[in-house]
Ligand binder design. Sequence first.
Ligand code: HGY
Ligand code: MN
Ligand code: MN
Length: 415
Amino acid sequence: MKDFKPEIKESSEWLSKIGADPTGGMTRLLYTPEWIDAQLALKKAFDTAGLTTSRDAVGNLFGRLTGSKYPDKVILTGSHIDTVVNGGNLDGQFGIEASFMAIKYLKETYGAPLRTLEVVSLAEEEGSRFPYVFWGSKNIVGSAKAEDVRDICDADCVNFVDAMHAAGFHFRPESEPVRSDIAAFVELHIEQGKVLETEGKNIGVVTSIVGQRRYDIRLKGEANHAGTTPMSYRKDTVYAFSRICYESIEKARAEGDPLVLTFGKVEPKPNTVNVVPGFTHFTIDCRHTDKATLVRFTKEIEADIQRIAGEMGITAEIDLWMDEDPIPMDKQLVACLSHLCEANKANYRLMHSGAGHDSQIFAPRVPTVMIFVPSINGISHNPAEKTNQADLDEGVRMLAHTLYQLAYTEQGGNI
Ligand code: HGY
Ligand code: MN
Ligand code: MN
């Protein structure tokens, strides 16, 4: 494939306006008006570029460039359109834009591929509105279960199914077969960490994605008067949370890399200056590249929570709502991508992903690989999320080479 220098920046502006949060960054949550607008705007862009667009039952958006020789072999590429609250405009969005740009370039330069190329804007990955993750990719591979979302609600007590129906989408009909035409999935994504920047690399070839366990924990103590309740009489759930948090973080630091542990959400109730907090809801996000270590460590934390709560006369309700295994990427695709980096003089390294991605849902079912570009200062899930223009372009360039190899060459079918 001839080399090319894409200009990704012009597309980030228009898509970033849809879901720009006046309090900073991007907030584009599943099935919200801005989510609907972003999917519609992408559909229009895909249509204008001459791709055949479609949306599945739950709202995944596809742009298709049908293959001339093996139309039923689909090389799928893309990422998720949803964001965290006050997040950046590259996490997920960049992967969709880059896939669209690469396919557009290949179509205009080489015409129809041998195998079909599809860009997908996945409905949801983050789990930032509802306590459920990978809704988009899990519906494509058939691992999403209606019972897992039927009774869950967002922070405003909006039910998941009601939100889905209000946005014009519905459960995938049981009668609808799961797709079996996806021959490979390639996801370009920002690294969201500092490894590439620290080592002066422009491309990451991802070899595996960490396993993750996420929890909701609810501590029930006793609300009481801040002035008349002696310290020894209290069932203070913020105090209990602080002991749990301190002891667990110290344990995680002692465990060492690559284990990470985050208490991202802490909501005391009634959250009032002169009331001993009788209830505290908090979350746990724990990750590791090794499943056994992840399970062992989180089981220890669960036991510590019950011990501390018990010592303080407080009850602890522990809800593990995400339990994803660490997943290796496809060895042949990793080798293919590494070879393309060598052949095209890309400054790359092999690495694992500390962030979760839709690729970990596709990988057990179809050959999957991820390409990373550096994040400035390793910042992500933050309005300051940024990547140098040259690195954005290099990511699109290497994605295009990968898609060309898989979709336009006979040997691309050996994957
Ligand atoms: O949280 C993550 O790892 C990803 O950004 N959803
Ligand atoms: Mn994210
Ligand atoms: Mn992401």
